[in-house]
Design a protein around this ligand. Structure first.
Ligand SMILES: Cc1cc2nc3c(=O)[nH]c(=O)nc-3n(C[C@H](O)[C@H](O)[C@H](O)COP(=O)(O)OP(=O)(O)OC[C@H]3O[C@@H](n4cnc5c(N)ncnc54)[C@H](O)[C@@H]3O)c2cc1C
Ligand code: SF4
Ligand code: SF4
Length: 1012
């Protein structure tokens, strides 16, 4: 029998999408084939509930939020069934991700052209459901323009193919002039209804008069009845030759009419390689609206807008701050204008004329232009695409809310529409963020609102209503691409009038008389301000247990220091903690597969399981800490007297997190699950005690310190299978892993000895080495190598007095202990470490704790000292780069040689500083070819990969990219050029050894081998 998951974890994880709504579904299903869907349709009918088809779950208007059964097709309906190069089409299952389809199409020189910003996780089924489009809709239109055929299950369980049929073909199936008689056949009724409307002059006129401008490229408001009947009332053709394709109305129907199981889409040839973007800087928004009209005269393939708010927010985001390189000064808005051509000369000439028109215009529309070419263009688009995510990362309760974020009017009407809009905002005393698809008249307008408060909630409705009136005035569309869902459905009647709205209601009734599909979306929606994630006046359930200020991290500091205009800050520590969780807006960047690169989120990448994505963790934390046992998801829970921190669901989502910090940098909203996880784990230990394994791992350095006194015995015990298995079983480690053994002398001792030998030889200043707990006890030789390298390069080296970094304690959630280490280290090092004498580390995760965690772990009075220390705590490669920049280290210090280096960066390093500096340091060896392995997390992640229940997952993560790349590389290496695998992380090196048998080396060892 087919399983519908009704457990609290699944119900909570699927209670939201990327909208402001939350409604706990009755259950969640993961069908594997069409038969499963038929079964689900029958079950829904029997249980008098409805199915909510769901793909990537990135809808912004609450399309996939509801109280029925959510049916997730993103897990099993992922096959590309057929590609026809000659006829330029592809047949796919609806769960195929857009970017993954386009990757598969690349060798054919083709692509599926509507590219939504969520292309790396949204699915073709979801795009069809929402009629999605993207930045290049000016040229390529929306999904509706590209779906040739679809197959789906109707509410009576029948399977139907939707494609272009002539009336003659339909008559062959249903009988002559079938639309004139009544029938019991569902599909016949569907065609009958539309044909009757098309043949009725009054209905056609009603539709023509009330639908938005025909020439509007973007419109996803209501059912597209006008498009589906267009050819049916084409009186130039004989009736029997007129055609109908139901895909036209299914596009944008948001899963309310049928359940799609297959889609055939047409494809476009890949665009010419030569392209450029001109980033035109405007000093007022109004100038950008006018600048768009000028740009449109130069045949751009896209013109997109980003306003100052987004540019400001991008400064705070680790990933996007790297993509701001093209910004000059402090523009109020930037127009990104993409030009394409056959040659560079051709587009340069076009750009010259465009820039002249913009800059020499009498209104001086633009004050500066940056031109971006080649691979750098993707960085500009990445920043633009991250816009929406960045917005919801704004700190505090007030957020740029998606409510009127999808209006579209003809571009020439945009300046006037925007003037009226600005006036309306002023009347409502609201400010707004502006961005996105200006070329097609669609701007993502996000007013900053605090809908947790009654006044904010009132304005949420008011701004929606008044904007609807304005859009109607300009004959625009209330939704250009995001759809209606439960957000805009309420205003369709206002936009289209009572009669057209009644047609839409009739359409839904005709397709879905049994009420099986996604109820209360588009038509008959609930009030747009009901079922929000946070209700007015709601208290956080966890506050009763923790009080306002009992947190281990100083969550509030970042809120107090946030400079973004409109950010409301946090009242107390608990509020700041909750707001940090609420920063997850559900946009789903954490659902990228490994084909899409990046680290975020390994637990999802390896399983394809929503409950293991960062989004699910944030959803579960938010639901449990806000609503506690009162959540509808816990209606059946028995033991509601215990602390909510003891809930199984909380444990489950935290357990699958590797604490890799992938989300810390790659989540556009800066959801930092590594930190949230350790805070909640410590709070949980406070009520239920710390498991032995967590205690043992966080105290590992202490154990090793004592073990070191009897190191031969320790090593014998750790490496002898019988004894080591006993330890592993006690602490629940996998017996497949080896317990690390200890070095004969510690790094501290070895380095001190070496330094004494080289006393007074330094010429270039002093370096303080951080003898982190892993290198000090387990890899002293590596620590010594680094010291020797520095000495050879002319530096004085010293290991100052310090304690362990506390990295293991942080990752196991032992924050009480980590706090002690942080306080001690700040006290011991604050007067020793300075810009001239930095603290330099070998193991990325340890030294980066000084930067990422310490300032928020130490008491408030030590924060500034910790921040100063953080500034001067450098990873080995950062130090080398700094010295290269000052001319104190050059390629002359190293012997040139031909060597191939394959580098796997540590995930904390990737999240906080990137691998660019390691690459640059390795390139000090002239002749070295450095390749960065496009791996995310190696899968070991501290102790995660050692843990018995995580061992297989850990190896599977390694198998996604890292292990196969290493195997392939070494298999193809020649005998002449040395080929070295390098990884700065100690656990990464262990994982590479366990997964491939290859001994990876630290970059320091490579540099030392070639230093003169
Ligand atoms: C940050 C961000 C940026 C965005 N940018 C854009 C953009 O540039 N352009 C744009 O158009 N949209 C954009 N969106 C909205 C959203 O990403 C798109 O609409 C996307 O195509 C939805 O795809 P999905 O796979 O997430 O679908 P889902 O959200 O899961 O579903 C979308 C709709 O399709 C229906 N559906 C899904 N599968 C089926 C099926 N098998 N049968 C029937 N119905 C089905 C669902 O019921 C739902 O109504 C953005 C969203 C976010 C969060
Ligand atoms: S965790 Fe970040 S990336 Fe994932 S859905 Fe939430 S906001 Fe988006
Ligand atoms: S820390 Fe890593 S595993 Fe955990 S949620 Fe973030 S990306 Fe996923």
């Amino acid at each position: 029998m087919y399983t519908i998951f009704t457990d609290p974890l699944h119900r909570i994880a699927y209670a939201t999408d990327a909208s402001a709504y939350r409604e706990v579904p009755q259950g969640v299903a993961f069908p594997e084939n069409e038969q499963d869907i038929i079964y689900l349709v029958e079950t829904a009918r029997e249980r008098k509930t409805h199915l909510i088809p769901r793909a990537g779950g990135t809808s912004i208007a609450g399309q996939v939020v509801g109280n029925g059964i959510v049916v997730d097709i993103s897990k099993h309906f992922k096959e590309i069934l057929e590609i026809n190069k000659e006829e330029r089409w592809a047949r796919v299952q609806p769960g195929v991700v857009l970017d993954e389809l386009n990757l598969a199409l690349e060798p054919y020189g083709l692509f599926f052209s509507p590219e939504t910003s969520t292309s790396n996780r949204c699915c073709i089924g979801g795009m069809f459901g929402n009629n999605s489009c993207g930045s290049h809709s000016l040229v390529y239109g929306s999904t509706r323009h590209h779906v040739l055929e679809a197959q789906g299950v109707l509410c009576d369980g029948s399977i139907e193919v939707f494609k272009t049929y002539t009336i003659r073909e339909l008559e062959e199936r249903f009988g002559n002039r079938f639309w004139e008689t009544e029938s019991n056949l569902l599909i016949q009724n569907i065609y009958t209804q539309l044909i009757r409307w098309a043949l009725d002059e009054k209905t056609v006129q009603l539709i023509e008069e009330n639908y938005p401008d025909k020439n509007l490229r973007r419109r996803s408001c209501g059912y597209a009845i006008d498009e589906v009947i267009e050819d049916l009332h084409n009186t130039a053709k004989p009736l029997e030759e007129r055609t109908i394709n139901l895909c036209k109305v299914l596009a944008g129907s948001e899963g309310t009419l049928t359940f799609i199981t297959e889609i055939k889409v047409d494809l476009d040839p890949l665009p010419p390689k030569e392209k450029m973007v001109v980033c035109a800087h405007c000093d007022t928004l109004q100038k950008s609206f006018l600048g768009n009209l000028v740009a449109l005269k130069f045949n751009p393939v896209a013109v997109e807008l980003m306003d100052r708010n987004i540019l400001e927010l991008s400064k705070e985001n680790a990933e996007q701050s790297k993509n701001r390189f093209f910004v000059q000064g402090d523009p109020a808005a930037i127009l990104i204008i993409e030009l394409r051509g056959e040659t560079r000369t051709e587009i340069d000439a076009l750009a010259d004329r465009l820039e002249k028109a913009l800059m020499e215009n009498e209104e001086h529309l633009v004050y500066a232009c940056s031109r971006v070419y080649g691979s750098e263009i993707s960085k500009v688009w990445s920043l633009r695409k991250a816009g929406l995510g960045l917005l919801t990362g704004m700190k505090g309760d007030a957020k740029p809310i998606g409510v009127i974020e999808d209006t579209a009017v003809a571009p020439e009407k945009l300046p006037d529409y925007m003037a009226d809009f600005a006036q309306m905002l002023e009347n409502l005393n609201l400010s707004c963020v502006y961005h996105a698809h200006i070329s097609t008249g669609e701007l993502h307008l996000r007013p900053i609102l605090n809908i947790k408060e009654a006044e904010g909630k009132r304005k949420f409705r008011e701004v929606a209503y008044q904007t609807a009136l304005l859009v109607k005035k300009y004959k625009g569309s209330l939704s250009g691409e995001h759809g209606d869902g439960r957000l805009r459905g309420e205003f369709i009647q206002l936009m289209y009038g009572d009669e057209v709205y009644a047609l839409m209601q009739d359409l839904k009734k005709c397709w879905d008389p049994l009420q099986v599909f996604n109820l209360h979306k588009i038509v008959d929606t609930l009030p747009m301000d009901s079922m929000l994630r946070f209700e007015v006046g709601q208290q956080y359930a966890i506050e009763k247990e923790l009080g306002e200020s009992h947190t281990y991290y100083n969550w509030k500091a970042a809120f107090d220091e946030c400079k973004v205009e409109g950010a409301t800050g946090a009242k107390n520590q608990l509020h700041a903690l909750m707001c940090s969780i609420e920063q997850c807006n559900g946009a789903g960047d954490c659902r990228k597969s490994n084909l899409m690169g990046g680290t975020l989120c390994p637990a999802f990448k390896v399983s394809g399981d929503e409950t293991k994505a960062t989004r699910a963790r944030a959803n579960v934390l938010r639901e449990i800490l806000t609503r506690g046992w009162e959540s509808e998801a816990f209606a059946q829970a028995l033991d509601k007297d215990k602390s909510i921190l003891k809930s199984k669901e909380l444990a489950e989502v935290l357990d699958s997190c590797l604490a890799c910090k992938g989300c810390r940098s790659e989540c556009p909203s800066n959801v930092d699950m590594t930190r949230l996880r350790s805070e909640i784990l410590q709070q949980k230990y406070d009520v239920s005690g710390m498991p032995l394994r967590s205690f043992a791992v966080s105290r590992m350095a202490t154990v090793e310190q004592f073990g070191h006194l009897v190191w031969p015995l320790y090593n014998l015990f750790a490496s002898w299978q019988f004894s080591s298995n006993i330890i592993k079983r006690i602490i629940n480690f996998s017996t497949e892993r080896d317990i690390p053994t200890l070095s004969r002398v510690t790094m501290r001792t070895a380095v001190n000895r070496e330094c004494r030998r080289h006393k007074d030889q330094a010429t270039k200043g002093k370096v303080l080495l951080f003898a982190d707990e892993f290198t000090n006890f387990q890899e002293a030789e590596l620590g010594l190598t680094f010291a020797k390298l520095l000495l050879r390069l002319g530096y004085e080296v010293e290991i100052p007095k310090h304690v362990e970094s506390g990295r293991a304690a942080i990752s196991k959630g032992n924050l009480k202990l980590a706090k002690k280490f942080a306080i001690k280290n700040v006290n011991l090092l604050k007067d020793k470490v300075s810009e001239q004498t930095p603290l330099v580390g070998i193991e990325p995760s340890c030294i980066l704790s000084f930067r990422d965690e310490y300032p928020d772990l130490v008491p408030a009075e030590q924060r500034n000292e910790a921040k100063t220390l953080a500034k001067n705590a450098l990873l080995f490669d950062e130090f080398i780069m700094r010295e290269m920049a000052a001319g104190r280290i050059t390629t002359d210090n190293f012997k040139p040689d031909a060597v191939e280096i394959w580098l796997h960066g540590h995930c904390h390093q990737k999240a906080l500083v990137g691998t660019e500096k390691t690459v640059a340091a390795l390139k000090l060896l002239q002749g070295a070819q450095v390749h960065v392995i496009p791996s995310g997390c190696c899968g070991m992640a501290g102790s995660f990969g050692y843990e018995k229940e995580h061992y297989q997952t850990s190896l599977a993560i390694g198998e996604m990219v890292l292990f196969p790349t290493i195997r392939k590389t070494l298999a193809h290496a020649d005998d002449v050029t040395p080929c070295i695998v390098s990884a700065p992380g100690t656990s990464c090196r262990q994982q590479i050894l366990d997964g491939t048998g290859v001994h990876a080396v630290h970059p320091i060892e490579i540099l030392y081998r070639w230093v003169k």
